[in-house]
Design a protein around this ligand. Structure first.
Ligand SMILES: [Zn+2]
Length: 77
């Protein structure tokens, strides 16, 4: 079951919830203030899981950039 991150629009509390895929957009009450206004955030987990590297496709280390050779891992653009 995927982990979703929510942020309450009333008190700005962030919290995580394990929910079934189909319940991701269903209302969930804020654990802090009880408001039913939390919005689902884009989860880092789902971003990574859906398509590999987020920035700098082809890079293989954190210091690589798409436009320059990398001194850390030897990747050449
Ligand atoms: Zn709240």
């Amino acid at each position: 079951m995927p982990l979703y991150e929510y942020k309450c629009l009333d008190c700005e509390t962030r919290f995580d919830a394990l929910r079934a895929m189909g319940d991701a957009d269903a209302l969930i009450p804020c654990p802090q203030c009880g408001s039913e206004s939390p919005r689902r955030m884009i989860s880092l987990f789902s971003a990574v899981g859906s398509g590999g590297v987020i920035a700098g496709a082809g890079s293989s280390c954190a210091s690589c950039t798409p436009s320059a050779s990398c001194a850390t891992c030897g990747v050449k653009s």
